[in-house]
Structures are given as structure tokens and as C-alpha cells.
Design a protein around this ligand. Structure first.
Ligand code: ZN
Length: 287
């Protein structure tokens, strides 16, 4: 799908070896770590560090550096928003330092077996035992740690079939995982149960759960809030409607791409390996 000289997964891991990790304080004892794969959330306190998503393993020294500067407490809890490598590569080392890993049951399933992602032209081997979530949940789970309530909720099939959100209730901060890419067309992983209609549904769920004051952490892109989430949902829905109409008219994928259904959006959203044509293909597959 992606005309790259080197495979996108290998390139991403290599790039992470030198990527800078930026700490962005959010509210209270909650911070974001930006720069290693998916955006990481970090809650500090007497119960030890709680982390949402573990980034690339190649970022370990820089993530460790950032974590140590913030507090000396050990990592006790790690939650994966979904199974993708840019959110779980660091699972093994974080577990080795004491983190219990929690995720949706489908995330455990994909990490436990050989898993092919056609959109990346890559086959992942089963993860090492220490990287696999020891605890899983199906629909909802609530944690009480570091004087915070952390409400985890399953989206249903959207970006993959194992996406969950993490809402820090008192701080009013929502981590959406890869159901939201702020300022980028999203990848949708059809190989492990994702689809465009589920992505739009997840965007609706995100919007319904936030107020104007909520800080929202996307899986990728800058931290934002309701206005940016709204613009993203509108973009997904508009492109889906256009592509679905063309598909209903009997247009092939090639014919649909040729009409450039994303043209009005490309300047703002075609900012990664997901070009307008690639995103059209991802939408067409599920329209
Ligand atoms: Zn992902």
C-alpha cells in the first residue's frame, strides 16, 4: 500500500532511536510524553507511575530519562489503548521494571500470536511473554490510583478491534488512542478488525464524552480538545459520504481515487504516510 523503499514499521522503529521525548504537563499529577510512537500519558503518585501506551522500545533511554526527572517512583501500571507496535513496543521493558499490563482482550489476542497488517505490509511475530497484558477487560473498567479515577472504555471495532479510551475523571483528561489523529488522516487497520464506520462512531463517542474544558490526547498529533475533535469527525464523515456515494454508483477503487474525493482536505490532513489516495483506499474498503 505504501510505496516506501524501506518498510514503514522498520523505518518508524529506527527513527525512534533518536527521537526527542517532550514532556507536556497537563493537569495535576498528569503529564503527556510526546515523541515515541503513540502519545503517552503518565499519572504520578504514591501508587507508582501509571502509563497509557509504551511507545517504541528504541526510545527506552529517552523515556526513562523523562520519567526519572518527573518522579523516582517505579512504573506500576501500564494500559495499552490497542495492540499496534508504536503503542506497545515498550511493554516488555516497562513490565521488567514492575508494570502490570492491562488492555482489551483483543489487544492481548493480537500480541499473543503472529499478526499480519496488510496496510503496513508487515507480519509481527508473537510478542515476548513479558509484553503481553496479564489482565484484560471486555467493555468497561475503572481504576482508582494516585487519588484519580481512571475510566477505561471499549470503543468496539474502530481503528482495530481492541481500541479503548482512558478518561482521567478528576483531571478531565481523555486519552483516545488511535481513534483520533489530530491533524493527520488516520490509519485504519482492517487486518485486525478496524473499519471507517467504526472510526466515525468512535469520533462521535469521543465528542459525546467531552466538554469545552476537557483536554484530549490523540494517539498521534498535538494535544487538543473539542473543537479539533469536531473538525476531525466532520472530515471523516464528509470523506466517507463522498466515497460511499461513488462506491454505490459502481465506481472501482481506482476510479474513486481518480476523482480525488479528499482534495479539499489534503492540505490540512495529508501530513503523514497516509496521503489522500491512501486514505481514500482505507475509506473505500469499509464504505
Ligand atoms: Zn494504531
Amino acid at each position: 500500500m505504501f510505496a516506501e523503499n524501506e518498510n514503514i514499521v522498520l523505518t518508524a522503529r529506527k527513527r525512534a532511536e533518536t527521537a526527542t521525548i517532550t514532556v507536556q504537563p497537563l493537569r495535576g499529577n498528569l503529564n503527556a510524553l510526546i515523541g515515541s510512537g503513540g502519545n503517552i500519558a503518565l499519572l504520578i503518585g504514591k501508587d507508582g507511575k501509571l502509563i497509557i501506551d509504551s511507545g517504541y522500545s528504541t526510545s527506552r533511554p529517552r523515556i526513562t530519562d523523562a520519567l526519572t526527572k518527573l518522579s523516582p517512583d517505579p512504573i506500576r501500571h501500564l494500559i495499552n489503548t490497542h495492540w499496534h507496535f508504536d503503542h506497545t513496543d515498550g511493554n516488555e521493558w516497562m513490565h521488567s521494571e514492575g508494570a502490570a499490563i492491562l488492555a482489551h482482550e483483543n489487544t492481548k489476542k493480537h500480541l499473543s500470536t503472529t499478526t499480519r497488517v496488510d496496510g503496513w505490509d508487515f507480519t509481527f511475530p508473537p510478542s515476548p511473554a513479558g509484553a503481553i497484558p496479564a489482565e484484560v477487560f471486555d467493555k468497561e473498567k475503572t481504576l482508582h490510583l494516585n487519588d484519580s479515577t481512571i475510566a477505561l472504555s471499549y470503543y468496539g471495532p474502530s481503528h482495530t478491534d481492541g481500541d479503548v479510551s482512558a478518561y482521567f475523571v478528576e483531571a478531565d483528561v481523555l486519552h483516545c488512542g488511535d481513534t483520533w489523529w489530530n491533524g493527520h488522516y488516520p490509519f485504519i487497520d482492517y487486518s485486525t478488525g478496524g473499519n471507517i464506520k467504526g472510526m466515525i462512531g468512535a469520533a462521535e463517542k469521543n465528542l459525546a464524552g467531552v466538554s469545552e474544558k476537557t483536554i484530549v490526547i490523540p494517539g498521534h498529533g498535538k494535544i487538543g480538545g473539542k473543537p479539533e475533535l469536531t473538525e476531525y469527525r466532520d472530515m471523516l464523515a464528509a470523506i466517507h459520504d463522498r466515497v460511499a456515494a461513488l462506491k454505490k454508483d459502481g465506481k472501482s477503487l481506482e476510479e474513486t481515487i481518480a476523482t480525488k474525493p479528499t482534495a479539499a482536505y489534503d492540505a490540512k490532513w495529508a501530513t503523514t504516510f497516509i496521503t489522500g489516495a491512501v486514505f481514500t483506499k482505507l475509506v473505500y474498503a469499509g464504505a
